[in-house]
Ligand binder design. Structure first.
Ligand code: PMP
Length: 438
């Protein structure tokens, strides 16, 4: 603990002004979080001088690591000319053009400030377009903190309900019953049961919202059959196919959507990497649907605004970051992800650990399960498993590697095989330690 003394004393002050001493639950470490002072490339330094290799990248949002020189210089130049105006800026136009060029279904785009906001706008747009109240989402999937989007997040086994009709479990105490009734929970990747559930609510559903690589439901990709079945069902039943690519956009040049050539979503929510390190969200989609946001129309079905939406700092940083995440960069990063998963599998095998690795493209997640999870229920970790995962994440942290708290990683373009090899070596040592404990 002596090596963490500055962080420890900052935290003692923090608990007096921040609930639990933190502003985001996920950075809450025991006995206290460490305080970052600087990041460059793939390294982050904390206030006590410890340097770690960053495999978390601010929960998958920093595609080029920290303080990328091209982003720093473009944003610095914009900073000197102002940060936000009650006027349009050219930066939003240029960024919109770039993003729309990456995916055929992005005909129009509206910028906002977080992934939560993007998901909320997507749901409200779907309601405004269809005039229907309900949404469907997959069990356990994380989509941010809008009331409707957070139903069934982190739901515990005793509340799940039957496998063929998962319950609408509230996350926050006091969630209105009406909100729960307006969310239909479907089992991820289970085509028959999903279609059956959708049919039970077909005249009331505004959209079916899917994250094609849900981190909280196993970090396994949606199957093409699942995506195609939902595409067909929504088209036939007058509902929208709403794709949440806040985290998965990094999977392809046009997002994880590129994995499913037969499927085009109606609306897509974006966030994280597209901000170049700054707060961002966006809703993109077909012109006919995005028109619900058009304030020049006489009748405006969905009025939506935000003080910092499309601010030129985010737009400028985002454009530089995304231009540099071109097809070649996406491909190279996904190959590094394949390499990491392969090496982790080898470490699992050589240490004889009951574990598996899931993920795709530039993300992976380690589970201490012999059977690879396929959806939320099989991905569920009991207290014992969570404790072991925490042990592994702590072990990595103390050896200089920052993971997402679930023992997941999101690669950045400034990481290479060297860093992955170091991580895997440390992970293997962690597996050995776990074994010697039990
Ligand atoms: N949707 C998905 C799939 C996400 O992963 C997240 C964030 N982890 C969000 C929405 C919410 O984004 P934000 O944290 O920017 O509000």
């Amino acid at each position: 603990e002596e090596t963490h003394s500055k962080s420890r004393s900052l935290y003692a002050e923090a608990i007096k002004v921040l609930p639990g001493g933190v502003s985001r639950n996920m950075i809450c470490r025991k006995p206290h979080p460490d305080y970052a002072t600087a990041g460059t490339g793939c390294h982050v330094t904390d206030i006590d001088g410890t340097v770690r290799i960053d495999f978390a990248n601010n929960t998958a949002s920093l595609i080029h690591g920290h303080a990328h020189p091209a982003i720093v210089s473009a944003v610095t130049e914009q900073l000197q000319r102002g940060t936000a105006f009650s006027m349009a800026t050219e930066s939003e136009l240029r960024f919109a053009q770039h993003l729309c060029s990456r995916n055929q279904s992005f005909e129009k785009i509206r910028f906002m400030n977080s992934g939560t906001e993007a998901v909320m706008a997507m749901i409200k747009a779907a309601r405004a377009i269809t005039g229907r109240p309900k949404i469907a989402k997959s069990e356990g999937a994380y989509h941010g903190t809008y009331d409707y989007a957070e139903v069934s997040q982190k739901s515990k086994p005793e509340n799940w309900g039957l496998a063929d009709s998962p319950a609408s479990v509230p996350l926050a105490r006091g969630t209105p019953q009406r909100a729960l009734e307006d969310v239909v929970i479907v089992p991820f990747n289970n085509v028959d049961q999903t279609i059956d559930l959708l049919n039970q609510h077909k005249d009331e559903l505004a959209c079916v919202m899917i994250d094609p690589l849900p981190h909280r439901a196993g970090l396994v990709p949606a199957t093409p059959e699942f995506m195609e079945a939902i595409r067909a069902w929504t088209t036939e039943n007058g509902a929208l196919f709403a794709l949440d690519e806040v985290i998965s956009f990094r999977m392809g040049y046009g997002g994880a959507c590129d994995w499913y050539p037969n499927v085009q979503p109606d609306l897509t929510s974006l966030g994280k990497i597209i901000g170049g390190g700054f707060p961002v969200g966006a809703l993109a989609g077909k012109d006919e649907f995005m028109a619900c946001l058009d304030p020049t129309k006489d009748r405006l079905p969905f009025p939506f605004s935000g003080t910092f939406s499309a601010n030129p700092i985010t737009m400028t940083g985002g454009l530089v970051a995304m231009e540099r995440f071109d097809r070649a960069a996406v491909e190279q990063l996904n190959l590094l992800g394949n390499y990491a998963r392969k090496e982790i599998e080898a470490a699992i095998h050589s240490t004889g650990t009951e574990a598996c690795v899931t993920g795709a493209g530039s993300m992976f997640r380690v589970y201490l399960k012999s059977k690879t999870p396929t959806e939320y229920r099989s991905a569920w970790q009991d207290a014992d498993e969570v404790q072991k995962i925490n042990f592994l994440v702590d072990h990595l942290y103390h050896h200089g590697f920052m993971m997402i708290g679930t023992c997941s990683a999101a690669l950045s373009t400034v990481l290479g095989k060297d860093e992955v090899d170091q991580l895997v070596e440390s992970l293997a040592a962690g597996f050995q330690k776990l074994k010697s404990q039990t």
